[in-house]
Design a binder for this molecule. Structure first.
Ligand SMILES: [Zn+2]
Length: 395
């Protein structure tokens, strides 16, 4: 048994406790969370830390398979520019570079206190590393068909990737998911989820103003770029609405749905989505948003609507680190009024619920095995992060 204490503990399932104590058994399960010493502890039984203790972080959006692309794609080109650079850069790496990137990316997440990941997979590159079970993953096997004539072929490709995953680890968590509203046909939306009930769905949503422009007016840099590649959009029709309102009702209400990015989501979009389903989780990846579009979502709109927020790192193709703490620091810098208690809830329990891992992860509750993190170099007077804040895993 270990007894850990710090200036504050954030159990997440209850308000922060000043000088609280969390007790963890030999199997790393939470045994008790207390505000004072209930058992007579000898001095040498209590581990005393300076800073904040919280449960392990849940990263709800990553592309581990792109970890070798750190620093390759220029910043602030907008999403269309990013995709263009990405397509040409992705071909230039050896399989050894890809594998090394995956191992290093996973290690970076472990060192930064991440205990579970919702990871997008276009292919099977990451599956061997994941089978080592260093980290808990939910695999989102992502497809895009663009046009209905490609739907069946793409779903077959996705199913082949799922079969590869099952051969490597038959117990892995996975689902088949659509990439983004602009890269998936209505037929794909209608069919991809039919074969996989009770699974979690994830989709990139409103990452760029050009995505909304495409759906509203069949205009903007995203559709222009695809047309420049020779794709024929003559049968593609604009809905006259924002992208989210154009596709959301194709998705089942009963499944957890992770909407990722939401940088250009307005309050009408949020209201529309929250009225449609109670199972929506909004994943924000602030550092990737700054990298690609140099813009952040307006978090106050989501908070006002009672939206369930989670945090993602996105990939190293559009970020300098795979660190949830770095994402929280960025949010705190731009929105200093947001309380650390709420941000840590986004980073832990909300993410665990979104991925269906809440029975084990996300909060200091008796019987759970969430991991225990120490956040050091915080502003203890204001109970907030500083640019110097660091995280390490204690349990
Ligand atoms: Zn992504």
């Amino acid at each position: 048994m270990r007894y850990l204490t710090a200036d504050y503990i954030f159990p997440i399932s209850q308000p922060p406790i000043k000088n609280g104590i969390v007790a963890v058994d030999d199997e790393e399960k939470i045994v008790s969370v207390t505000s004072s010493v209930v058992e007579k502890l000898k001095d040498n039984q209590l581990e005393i830390y300076k800073g904040i203790l919280c449960p392990g972080f849940v990263n709800t959006h990553c592309h581990l398979e792109l970890s070798h692309m750190k620093g390759v794609i220029p910043e602030m080109t907008g999403l269309a520019g990013f995709i263009k650079n990405f397509i040409s850069a992705r071909r230039t790496f050896s399989s050894e570079q890809v594998e090394n990137g995956i191992a290093a990316g996973e290690n970076e997440m472990l060192e930064n206190g991440i205990v579970a990941v919702g990871d997008i997979c276009n292919g099977s590159d990451t599956f061997k590393q994941k089978a080592k079970k260093n980290l808990k993953y939910y695999n989102f096997i992502e497809g895009f068909d663009f046009f209905p004539e490609n739907t069946e072929t793409e779903l077959k490709r996705v199913n082949n990737v799922i079969e590869e995953l099952m051969q490597i680890d038959a117990r892995a968590d996975y689902s088949s998911v659509p990439h983004a509203p602009y890269s998936v046909s209505e037929k794909y939306f209608q069919t991809f989820s039919k074969t996989l009930p009770d699974k979690i769905i994830s989709i990139h949503n409103q990452e760029s103003a050009d995505e909304n422009l495409m759906f509203r007016e069949k205009n903007g840099k995203i559709i222009e770029f695809f047309i420049s590649l020779g794709m024929n959009f003559s049968n593609w029709k604009a809905s006259g609405k924002h992208s989210l309102e154009s596709y959301l009702t194709f998705l089942p209400k009963a499944n957890n749905l992770l909407l990722v990015h939401n940088t250009f989501t307005n309050s009408e979009d949020i209201k529309f989505a929250e009225a449609y389903s109670n199972n929506i989780y909004w994943a924000t990846c602030p550092n990737a948003n700054l990298y690609i579009e140099n813009k952040l979502p307006d978090y106050n709109l989501f908070i006002a609507a009672g939206a369930k927020m989670t945090i993602g790192t996105d990939s190293l193709a559009s970020n300098y680190s795979l660190s949830i703490l770095d994402e929280l620091k960025t949010i705190s810098n731009h929105f200093p009024e947001l309380k650390l208690e709420m941000l840590l809830q986004w980073a832990t329990l909300n993410g665990a619920k979104a991925l269906g891992f809440q029975n084990e992860l996300g909060s200091f509750e008796v019987g759970k095995k969430p991991g225990v993190l120490l956040i050091e170099n915080t502003n203890l007077d204001k109970v907030s992060l500083s640019s110097e804040s660091k995280v390490r895993r204690l349990v």
